[in-house]
Design a protein around this ligand. Structure first.
Ligand code: DLZ
Length: 163
């Protein structure tokens, strides 16, 4: 699945009023040179679209495997409307990569379907560090920004249905 030539932000012209939206961001410390950039991109995009910084709660977890629990606690106790789970898993020489990716994607998917709040899958799953860098500071833009726009759109979606 390639994201080349896909500029998500071009499709976000109708971003809604976000001034009352509250977001939780859970960030993995593993590969933090990447996850810090993704976090920065997400925060920049949220604030550029009108989310007050005081409406953003950030939580750190040790690795991507811990994102599911971190996001679940954020959903329960964080007083937030949506959660963005950010991590970066880089393929190594052992099957560890596959186990973590599988566990996190299943876990976030399940949480997304059951916790009553949108949980955004902000996990980079890449073959090497170059691919990760391309998705934070390279030609593919900063994926953190896409995660943020997705989170805004999903809160808007939920709020429109509640009205
Ligand atoms: C152990 C591990 C490995 C090998 N690789 C990564 C990685 O590329 N990205 C990541 O976010 N976390 C990694 N981890 C740590 C696990 O996610 C987890 O923190 C530990 O297995 C402890 O549960």
């Amino acid at each position: 699945m390639s994201s080349t030539n896909y500029n998500f932000l071009q499709e976000s012209s109708a971003v809604p009023d976000t001034s009352n939206m509250r977001f939780g961001i859970v960030v993995s410390e593993w590969n933090n040179q990447i996850t810090d950039k993704l976090l920065e991109g997400a925060i920049d995009t949220l604030t550029q679209h009108g989310v007050p910084e005081s409406n953003i709660t950030i939580g750190h977890v040790p690795g991507s495997f811990e994102l599911v629990f971190g996001a679940s606690q954020m959903a329960k106790f964080g007083y937030v409307d949506a959660i963005i789970a950010i991590g970066c898993v880089i393929r190594g020489d052992t099957p560890h990569f596959d186990y973590i990716c599988e566990a996190v994607s299943q876990g976030i998917g399940q949480l997304n379907a059951t916790c009553g709040k949108p949980v955004i899958f902000g996990l980079l799953t890449v073959n090497n560090m170059d691919q990760a860098i391309e998705r934070t500071t390279g030609p593919l833009g900063n994926k953190g920004s896409e995660f943020a726009v997705t989170a805004i759109k999903m809160v808007d979606y939920a709020w429109k249905l509640e009205k």
